[in-house]
Design a protein around this ligand. Structure first.
Ligand code: MLT
Ligand code: ZN
Length: 477
């Protein structure tokens, strides 16, 4: 096996330049620095070069060269990973392969309801392309302005609409992948039915770039909603938030397109740090729910339904106050309060994230018990649970105690995550709901996925990437 820890030689860089052209290769440390660090600034690596292929063929030629020379590479899209999944190693031995120039929309078929798109297109650009054709790409995440489709699929992103449409993997009909030996697998089929052996595309979705590089995908679209109704509700606690969810489900389960919980402290950070953020309610509350209903039906009467459920919930004391968006601008302003949660938390100070899931019915108990566990572990810690309550995925994030040292707080991340995960385990949950494993959580894999499951993953990795050149150190311990 070649010595993969060797730094890139001038010969290798020349060969890469010959493939992608001078503008496709960045080697100046000032240019490569943004690709070497994650947006949370938790991981800083080094790389001799960022390679930016403009086509799948160029990408394949780059990977072939890497396989021949035993050079390790880290695929990177919008670099929005929450778990350091796209950061190169600190020893400078890994190339970064950026998918940013693979940014074409290859086809959109409004009859088949499919979008064929390259890896470097941002999720927002993909949503807009679908909307232009009168369709909806039903995937929405806070980082959608920068996150690229390749990365979104590589981590099987979830986001705000999972309650209705599932995760990224549920939207994938076909993939084009550059394999670790440099072959291109063209699996860009756009069929709803295709039972022809192992479902290979699902192997690459969620593999976080450890089995190959997704260069293009066929995504499923759905009809664009004709009516959308959004409300922000103040709630006394997560229990009432769950009670509100069950009321909406009882009313019309097919109408719920998002059901998001936010805590009082998390909303406080947004109002404090995000310019233009205002609370459209009479007073701050212990918790909040953002509910979005949407339907393609012309006669669904969503607005009336929303008001009926909210009136009942107000009378029952489940909801303390509510604001219904009256315009697209108000809808966007309410969503902004939710989507800026991570950014606001970052501005407030150091945070430890726990992207976990439990059965929906257990979310309130999980929040209560995990809060008690963390407060006992770190007196003064600020607990900021928020997220996708409608699908059971809570971002149980912890903010450093006021006045504490950020480094001291971050050094306790394993103890915090262990305390939270103990409660997650009690409720048969997952230690990583939608952010993936990246560099942050491989050490948890033996404990949570050990035995036959992890052994099988390791065999798949060894079979597809025997040289271990694809995103080393991520996902598998
Ligand atoms: C979100 O849903 O906004 C992100 O996944 C959350 C996070 O900061 O953990
Ligand atoms: Zn999320």
């Amino acid at each position: 096996m070649p010595d993969t820890a060797l730094p890139a030689t001038d010969r290798l860089l020349d060969a890469l330049r010959a493939i992608v052209g001078a503008s496709g290769l960045l080697t100046d440390p000032a240019d490569t620095a943004p690709f070497s660090e994650d947006w949370r600034r938790l991981y800083r690596g080094r790389t001799p070069a960022v390679v930016r292929p403009g086509t799948a063929e160029e990408c394949a030629a780059v990977v072939r060269l890497c396989a021949e020379t035993g050079t390790r590479l880290v695929p990177q899209g919008g670099n929005t990973s929450m778990v350091g999944g796209a950061v190169p190693a600190e020893d400078g031995s890994e190339l970064v392969l950026s998918t940013a120039r693979l940014n074409r929309i290859r086809a959109l078929d409004p009859v088949d309801m499919t979008l064929t798109i390259e890896a470097g297109v941002t999720l927002r650009a993909a949503q807009l392309a679908a909307a232009d054709a009168g369709c909806l790409l039903p995937l929405s995440i806070s980082s959608e302005g920068s996150a690229q489709i390749g990365g979104v699929l590589a981590v099987n992103a979830g986001g705000n609409n999972t309650v209705r449409y599932g995760n990224a993997r549920d939207l994938v009909l076909g993939l084009e992948v550059v394999l670790p030996d440099g072959q291109i697998w063209n699996g860009l089929r756009r069929l709803r039915k295709d039972n022809t052996g192992y479902c290979l595309r699902q192997l690459f979705v969620g593999a976080e770039g450890t089995l190959g590089i997704i260069t293009a995908a066929v995504l499923k679209l759905v009809p664009q909603p004709r009516e959308v109704a959004v409300a922000l509700c103040a709630v006394p606690s997560p229990e009432e938030a769950l009670a509100l969810f069950t009321r909406f489900q009882a009313h019309d389960p097919a109408a719920i397109s998002a059901f998001e919980y936010m805590s009082g402290p998390g909303m406080g950070f947004v109002l404090k740090h995000i310019p233009g953020a205002t609370l459209p309610l009479s007073a701050p509350a212990p918790g909040y729910v953002l509910v979005e209903l949407a339907t393609p039906r012309p006669d669904a009467g969503l607005r009336v339904g929303l008001e009926t459920v909210l009136e009942g919930a107000l009378e029952a004391g489940i909801v303390l106050d509510a604001a219904i968006a009256e315009s697209e601008a108000q809808r966007a302003a309410i969503w902004k309060l939710r989507e800026e949660h991570s950014e606001a938390q970052k501005r407030e100070g150091a945070s430890v994230k726990n992207d976990v899931s439990v059965p929906v019915s257990k979310v309130p108990a999980f929040i209560a018990e995990a809060t008690a566990a963390c407060e006992a572990l770190i007196p003064g810690v600020r607990v900021v649970p928020f997220g996708h309550m409608g699908d059971g995925n809570i971002h149980f994030n912890l903010e450093q105690p006021e006045g504490a040292e950020a480094a001291w707080f971050l050094a306790q991340d394993h103890a915090i995550m262990d305390a939270v995960n103990e409660v997650v385990r009690k409720y048969d949950g997952s230690f990583s709901a939608e952010h993936g494993i990246g560099k942050l959580k491989p050490y948890m894999m033996p404990d949570w996925r050990g035995g036959a499951e992890l052994a099988l993953m390791q065999r798949i990795k060894a079979a597809l990437d025997p040289l271990g050149i694809m995103n080393p150190g991520k996902v598998l311990p």
